[in-house]
Design a protein around this ligand. Structure first.
Ligand SMILES: [Zn+2]
Length: 264
């Protein structure tokens, strides 16, 4: 009954007129908006209609939650889940946004969550059946695709990792035993390749933080898959193709002629 009601409500929300202010935000600050096809833009418009309304948005540290904040964070999530089925992150009820990197209160330190620091200040967190916490400055940098890092993709990759339970192990829900076997083999080989590159001083588009554990390897690989796909394909082709299959999309195809599109 609840599922039926939710499906019906979402269908109605998706068909609402798309606000001109939201469209302007995407046109001005969402770099991928100009790379994706109209069918993908329409998916994101409809995704925003649901996702923005279903989440409780809280500004922290003096940040005011504006339409721009909600749209540019949600658009990055929408792009991630283009190829997934009905992935609205039902277990994420709230999104908390700080103006910049922040220091969280000690009271939440012992809960189950993944915390992403840069130095001693945090940029973001993803909690098991709890909120996602983000730095707005880093989220905006991600929307503008300023480099190969993307905080929003990183934290929501942790949430995707947690879709099959609170155990955060770098493996999202997959379809078959063979998929799990391939995932484990490819990601382990990618992890070892990253270790080898750091040991030998070879450059790597994946940053050292990915070596923290398998969950961070998945989250960092996801960031780069969306933010700098050509480099991931060049440095870690098997990791790229595994993520291409999982996310059901090929970000490299948005940045190169169609004849160069890669098929999984
Ligand atoms: Zn992380």
């Amino acid at each position: 009954m609840w599922h039926w009601w939710k499906t019906r409500r979402r269908r109605k929300q998706r068909s609402l007129p798309f606000p001109a202010e939201w469209e302007d935000c995407l046109t001005i600050d969402f770099a991928d908006w100009h790379r994706i096809e109209e069918t993908e833009r329409q998916f994101i418009r409809e995704y925003l209609q649901v996702f923005i309304r279903e989440k409780n948005w809280e500004g922290c540290g003096g940040l005011e939650i504006t339409e721009r904040v909600k749209v540019l964070i949600s658009a990055q999530v929408g792009l991630m889940v283009l190829g997934l089925t009905d992935c609205y992150f039902d277990h994420v009820l709230s999104i908390l946004v700080y103006p910049d990197a922040y220091r969280a209160p000690n009271s939440i330190k012992n809960q189950m969550g993944i915390i992403d620091d840069r130095g001693s200040a945090r940029m973001g967190e993803a909690w098991w059946q709890g909120p996602v916490i983000l730095s707005w400055r880093h989220s905006l940098d991600g929307a503008r695709n300023l480099d190969s890092e993307n905080l929003v993709c990183h934290e929501f990759a942790h949430q995707i990792d947690m879709l099959n339970g609170r155990f955060v192990d770098g493996t999202p829900p997959l379809e078959s035993e063979e998929d799990y076997r391939q995932w484990s083999q490819t990601m382990t080989e990618g992890y070892e390749e990253l270790k080898r590159r750091f040991r030998t001083g070879q450059p790597s588009v994946l940053r050292r933080y990915a070596l923290t554990n398998p969950a961070e390897f998945f989250a960092v690989s996801t960031e780069v898959f969306f933010a700098s796909p050509e480099k991931l394909l060049e440095d870690y082709p098997d990791v790229y193709r595994t993520l291409q299959k999982f996310y059901g999309q090929d970000p490299c195809s948005r940045r190169s002629p169609r004849s160069d599109r890669i098929r999984a």
